[in-house]
Ligand binder design. Structure first.
Ligand SMILES: NCc1[nH]cc(CCC(=O)O)c1CC(=O)O
Length: 312
């Protein structure tokens, strides 16, 4: 503990800064001096549709590079943006307690997903959200939207979209929960793998930092995202794949429940699977759900989505 302040690397978006500041405060409360270092990423400076500007790790690569180059000691990621493939020399050292992990609908007219007017224009850049919306409302006109949470809300307020879909966690952290019109039912909208959770990454061999960030670790949250991430890794999905997952702990019986779906971009083909077991078996549960999805044809849907830029 103590010694030189640990350097926390973060993107500069308001949400990323909120997350880094939260981590900084928790570490300070534990007696660990820290400082925040801003790192800009390709995902922040590019405005093309995410599905087209190339691959995963858009928001995380540069921060990982800063970690490897010893410019920062701690990377704070939104776990859903962090690829499941391990990065040589780095380790996911802690997963703090998870915020609400679902998706919410924010609409100008106070509409829910089932009361939106016929053909309404909905903004989302995520193939997972697009496909699940189309599955229940094939009439909706779903259009791409980019930018941080504030930018998207402004574009909707200005009339470009009737409604947008956002992560509940982001709105809560930015103290904009009053904008939530409708928390979407998980049976309709399964979240992205890792949504609502943070991932604290460090250099694998940096024992001092590993020890310092261990105060942030929340085992139940970790087991849930571990199951979700294993599911995605087994599907070779990547964070832009049309995959949804929801792991949660049932405290009374100490069971981890995991739902997973793979859905075609047009929302027509939707396959789902479920498994449960002890939280310590998280990865095995993730593998089980993945293999049930694969038996039902997940691979074909995922490679089709990949070949069509995630928009098939
Ligand atoms: N891809 C952007 C992103 N990464 C993490 C969040 C929200 C916070 C979280 O899921 O932890 C968001 C915004 C959104 O999807 O609405």
């Amino acid at each position: 503990m103590n010694g030189e302040p640990l350097r926390i690397g973060t993107r500069s978006s308001p949400l990323a800064l909120w997350q880094a500041t939260w981590v900084a405060q928790e570490l300070k409360n534990s007696g660990q001096p820290v400082e925040i270092v801003h790192v800009s990423t390709t995902g922040d400076v590019t405005s093309g549709p995410l599905g087209e500007i190339g691959g995963q790790g858009l928001f995380t690569k540069e921060i990982q590079a800063a970690l490897i180059d010893n410019r920062v000691d701690i990377a704070v990621h939104s776990l859903k943006d962090l690829p499941t493939e391990p990065t040589a020399g780095l380790a996911l050292a802690a997963v703090p307690i998870r915020e609400a992990c679902g998706d919410v609908l924010v609409s100008r007219g106070g509409f829910h997903s089932d009361t939106l007017p016929h053909g309404a224009v909905i903004g989302t850049g995520s193939v997972r959200r697009r496909a699940q919306l189309l599955h229940v409302r094939p009439d909706l006109d779903i259009r791409d939207i980019r930018g941080n949470v504030e930018t998207r809300l402004r574009k909707m307020d200005e009339g470009e979209y009737e409604a947008i879909v956002l992560a509940e966690a982001g709105l809560r952290r930015l103290e904009m929960a009053e904008r939530i019109v409708h928390v979407m039912d998980k049976r309709i909208m399964l979240p992205a793998v890792g949504q609502g959770a943070l991932g604290i990454e460090v250099r694998e061999r940096d024992q001092r930092t590993r020890q310092a960030v261990s105060v942030l670790h929340h085992p139940d949250s970790y087991h849930c995202v571990q199951a979700e991430r294993k599911l995605l890794a087994e599907l070779r999905g990547g964070c832009l794949a049309p995959v949804g997952a929801w792991g949660r702990i049932e405290v009374e019986r100490n069971l981890l429940h995991l739902d997973g779906i793979v859905i075609s971009g047009d929302g027509v083909q939707k396959i789902s699977a479920y498994a449960c077991g002890p939280p310590e078996k998280a990865e095995e549960i993730g593998r089980q759900v993945a293999s049930q999805l694969i038996i039902q044809g997940a691979q074909r849907i995922i490679s089709y989505a990949r070949n069509t830029g995630g928009r098939g």
